[in-house]
Design a protein. Structure first.
Length: 398
């Protein structure tokens, strides 16, 4: 089977599938995992899905999906607990060893870039922060008063690469970034070992051949316009499925503080005698802002992975074709797969040129793009959502 370690000391094969939010990573990974030839299990590399209770907000695999394919590293810790890239790397490598020992193929799936960098190339060497730096970082975080936009304005310039890899409202990792910066005067990313993002294309095959595992890294992509439309709808579906109720429950239970959660943010609507039309306008603005923030995260994901030649880009518009391409690449012998990187730079250039020529109209549409409401497009359709918000304990101040 694909996951078995062969004779002669061959390395364990590990497939890594990443891509922007809403590109279809999980669906494609699940299809691959169910292929009899691959016989795989999935390892989540999502910095929010590790938290218990954050199901809707992280688009966590459903019970039905988990019944069809075995998932690992979901619901690992409580939202009150810290879970970082070092924790993920240790857990993921343990799980990968277990999966492989049972003759199965480990497929790591997720969009958290720095988790995947640590997994493939190891832990960076950032130093332990001083007590003064820790206190300064805590004070700086508190000064933002729960506003991630304010945090971006204040701190992104300290380490743009690291900051752009964070989920919105990931205050724990932002604090770590500040602690290292205040301790050393250097960005945390400068302490990383050579990573995919620092490699030239012609260095990739050698770098991967030196890792302890046989990593096969892929990045799924589609038209940004398609992804943006899917993101807008996904945000509405999350609200319809009870996302705000999920956040309210976590806040009420003390597992999440408003404005400081790993990746969620709630809108505090005050129903104390306010005009309902005004409240509806605020709700509409919140939904559109929710969509906009989600699209901005997709842009950052694309920027992050575009500069990492370790990931081979796979067009995912046609899922069946994407699965076929991935299955073929996964099935190659190790050296044959590494030789594919010799052609990767030219392949990317050709694809980018093709997209540039065929998507001039799309670029124009992207510049003009506005949030699209499908489910909550008018006051009537938003009425029940507004009612449910006004009934939440965190809104009523209870």
């Amino acid at each position: 089977m694909e996951g078995e370690q062969g004779g002669g000391g061959s390395r364990i094969k590990v497939v890594v599938i990443s891509g922007p939010t809403a590109v279809g990573k999980s669906a494609i990974a699940e299809t691959l995992a169910q292929k009899e030839k691959l016989d795989a299990e999935l390892v989540s590399a999502d910095s929010v899905q590790v938290y218990r209770g954050m199901d809707i907000g992280s688009n966590k695999p459903t019970a039905e999906e988990r019944a069809s394919v075995r998932y690992h590293l979901l619901d690992v810790v409580e939202p009150t607990e810290e879970y970082n890239a070092a924790d993920f790397t240790a857990h993921a490598r343990s799980v990968i060893g277990d999966i492989s020992s049972r003759g199965k193929l480990p497929i790591v799936v997720g969009g958290t870039g720095f988790y995947l960098q640590w997994l493939v190339f190891g832990r960076p060497g950032a130093p332990k922060p001083t007590e003064e730096a820790e206190e300064k970082a805590r004070s700086a975080i508190l000064a933002c008063e729960g506003s991630w936009e304010e945090a971006a304005n204040r701190f992104r310039s300290l380490d743009e690469r690291y900051f752009d890899g964070l989920h919105g409202n990931d205050w724990l990792r932002l604090q770590r970034m500040l602690e290292v910066s205040y301790t050393t005067g250097k960005p945390i990313s400068s302490f990383e070992r050579p990573q995919g993002k620092s490699l030239a294309v012609d260095q990739v095959s050698h770098a991967l051949s030196c890792t302890d595992l046989d990593f096969r890294c892929f990045f799924l992509y589609r038209s940004r316009l398609e992804i943006f439309r899917d993101i807008d709808l996904r945000c509405e579906l999350m609200l319809q499925s009870g996302f705000l109720e999920e956040v309210s429950s976590l806040v009420a239970s003390g597992k999440l503080r408003m404005g400081t959660g790993p990746a969620v943010e709630n809108e505090d609507e005050d129903g104390g005698g306010a005009d309902r039309k005004d409240l509806d306008r605020e709700l509409e603005a919140f939904i559109k802002d929710f969509q906009s923030v989600s699209r901005q995260f997709v842009r950052r994901q694309l920027t992050w992975f575009r500069s990492d030649p370790v990931f081979r880009w796979v067009q995912a518009a046609d899922r069946a074709k994407a699965v076929e391409e991935l299955e073929e690449a996964i099935g190659k012998e190790e050296q044959e797969f590494l030789r594919m990187y010799d052609e990767e730079e030219e392949r990317r250039k050709q694809e980018e040129a093709r997209q540039s020529e065929s998507s001039k109209e799309e670029q124009k549409l992207l510049k003009q793009y506005q949030s699209q409401l499908t489910i909550y497009k008018d006051e009537g359709s938003r009425s029940s959502l507004l009612d449910s918000i006004l009934e939440m304990d965190v809104v009523k101040g209870e």
